[in-house]
Design a protein around this ligand. Sequence first.
Ligand code: KIV
Ligand code: NA
Length: 277
Amino acid sequence: KRKPTRFDLQKMKENQEKVVWLTAYDYPTAEFAEQSGAEMILVGDSLGMCVYGYDGTVPVTMDQCLMHCEAVRRAAPNTFIVGDMPFLSYQVSVEDAVLNAGRFYKEAAVDAIKLEGGKRVCPQIRAISDGGMLVIGHIGLTPQSSGQLGGFKAQGRTAETAMALIEDAYAIQEAGAFALLVEAVPPEVMKIITEGLDIPVYSIGAGIHADGQLMICSDVLGIFQAFTPKFVKKYAALGAEIRKAFEAYGEEVRAGQFPADEHTYKMVEGELPKLLD
Ligand code: KIV
Ligand code: NA
């Protein structure tokens, strides 16, 4: 397996081959993702919820994102890895945005970064792209501004809001993003965006009319317990498996059955003194 380039991803759009994209936050998960043949990994700021147990992504810091990106990079050298810019790392100024995007490249060797927002972040997208980096836009449900959206809610469900999303999509392409992610939007809106844009358009919860799909690893594996969005399909129930394994271990420890003889080391030399009594 060779790491895809932006041009491979562009070619896949033109050939109508779907890109498989997963989040991963740690070394073992990223290793499994690479072995599965996925083209891309997102080290999402969803790590705030999936790894750190926050209610949302707002508290996530640059340092947290970078540490997880580093681990994922080591595990998946042949996968296209996207760093996710956390809240406040690009909103304040264009200068901040370029510096923080650059940290993902210098400190975690990512292949691209992703940031949330439409027209309002186009100056940042332009500047990061002019800095020689690859940018993925993200519109629709944007969790970092979920307070403004009134929660984790589907977007673009009226003609008017759908038109605004479509305008954002074109603006992001125009600003120099090489791909776009659309989250929680009806499929008919997604179809217009995917067919209209020249760059690859990926979906999370935006239906089948996309150049590829993204899913959160914790959802795919069935280990995220707080809630399940409508767009999630669980491909395994690993949570139940993990609990079973921990319970079985606990039972054997309490019953004095673990560790057994085969889990212990044999003395190889010398004689221990007898206990004095
Ligand atoms: O952080 C993340 O995993 C994301 C996806 C939910 C789109 O940005
Ligand atoms: Na994110």
